[in-house]
Design a protein around this ligand. Structure first.
Ligand SMILES: NC(=O)C1=CN([C@@H]2O[C@H](COP(=O)(O)OP(=O)(O)OC[C@H]3O[C@@H](n4cnc5c(N)ncnc54)[C@H](OP(=O)(O)O)[C@@H]3O)[C@@H](O)[C@H]2O)C=CC1
Ligand SMILES: Nc1nc(=O)c2c([nH]1)NC[C@@H]1CN(c3ccc(C(=O)N[C@@H](CCC(=O)O)C(=O)O)cc3)C=[N+]21
Length: 302
């Protein structure tokens, strides 16, 4: 069936935020109000824009959000020290390390330095393994958001043929694991895949996370398929103005597909809401952990 439905990411994102209100209120009452620290290193304009979106949504949901910006020439040792100070600060319940980081730094080592209980993206090596064990409550935000949007179509994921294009550790790979845990049959494509369209045309659901505008055209999509476009690309138009587009050629794919997520207004806003949901889950886990060890906080409001 071809029904060309556009999935409204902003609506889904607002729904997730609204569900957090009671949980945030509970945490605050117990003296565990969530506080998320964001780390950016160097100046990447696009990342600053996302951080602003994260801050705005965090405040809407009642979470504290603190930006920590470091210059591009910060050393690995300085970053490890800054992360360790945040790990030790009991007021900080979550830490997000914004990607990308400058090339001279090891992102893997920085990610591993964040305490697993404060790792709101589930990217610590100890946390990312959870999704392999089908523990999928908290996971990398974009991957979680993308799978959540597919679920909103109402399609049955068990047994579904799904193709994921792109296999980065933060997006493509976790999407594949999350889908496997839902019972889908998953094919993962990347830059060495010989004939992308042979795979993409078989997909009942197609996830695209590459970073190449126009990579997927209408002739590469199975009629009626659900298309989840994760890419974010800034393109310059003939008149010199710029605009943000996904990896999917929207005009040619829309008439063929059953569902599509637009860019902007699709995966992006849901990613931000999932980050905040993760931040709330993280604070709840810390509360439980410390209450188990030390009892409840006697100074909390009754
Ligand atoms: N909406 C959101 O919330 C977010 C959006 N994004 C966007 O998603 C996109 C992907 O991000 P990210 O995963 O971090 O990017 P990476 O650059 O880390 O990964 C890109 C992936 O695409 C694969 N690839 C490259 N060229 C091709 C090709 N021609 N055909 C098939 N696969 C190819 C690469 O494979 P190989 O490694 O083999 O070269 C790699 O696995 C970007 O546009 C980014 O801006 C990212 C995060 C959040
Ligand atoms: N550790 C880490 N985790 C991330 O999840 C992460 C990251 N690093 N680095 C950068 C990418 C990108 N990202 C987005 C967040 C929000 C929107 C978003 O809100 N987009 C809106 C607005 C877009 C616009 O106005 O241009 C939309 O698509 O409608 C997009 C992209 C998270 N990322």
């Amino acid at each position: 069936m071809v029904n060309n439905q556009i999935i409204d990411g902003r609506k889904v994102a607002n729904g997730i935020l609204a569900e957090l209100a009671d949980q945030v209120a509970d945490l605050k009452k117990a003296g565990w109000g969530p506080k998320l620290n964001s780390i950016t290193i160097g100046d990447v304009d696009a990342v600053q824009l996302y951080v602003r979106n994260q801050k705005r949504s965090a405040e809407k949901a009642g979470l504290l959000f603190e930006e920590h910006h470091f210059p591009a020439d910060t050393t690995q040792e300085q970053m490890l020290a800054a992360i360790s100070a945040m790990n030790a600060d009991p007021r900080v319940t979550g830490i997000i390390l914004q990607r990308p980081v400058p090339h001279h730094l090891s992102i893997k080592q920085l990610q591993a330095a964040i305490h697993p209980l404060k790792d709101v993206e589930g990217m610590h090596p100890a946390s990312i393994g959870n999704i392999v064990y089908n523990e999928v409550e908290l996971g990398p935000c974009t991957a979680m958001a993308s799978v959540e949007l597919l679920k909103r179509t109402g399609l049955k994921l068990a047994g579904m043929e799904v193709v994921v294009v792109g296999h980065s550790e933060i997006v493509g790979k976790p999407i594949a694991f999350l889908l496997m845990s839902e019972g889908a049959t998953v094919t993962v494509c990347h830059h060495m895949t010989r004939n992308l369209s042979v795979h993409s045309r078989r997909a009942d659901a197609l996830f695209v996370a590459v970073g190449k505008a126009g990579l997927i055209s209408g002739d590469m999509v199975k009629p009626g398929a659900a298309v989840i476009d994760i890419g974010i690309n800034q393109v310059t138009l003939a008149d010199g103005t710029t605009k943000v587009v996904g990896d999917v050629d929207y005009e040619s794919v829309l008439p063929v597909c059953g569902w599509i997520t637009p860019v902007p207004g699709g995966v992006g806003p849901v990613t931000v809401s999932v980050l905040l949901r993760n931040a709330v889950i993280g604070a709840q886990r810390q509360r439980k952990h410390y209450e188990r060890l030390f009892g409840s906080n006697p100074t909390a409001a009754q």
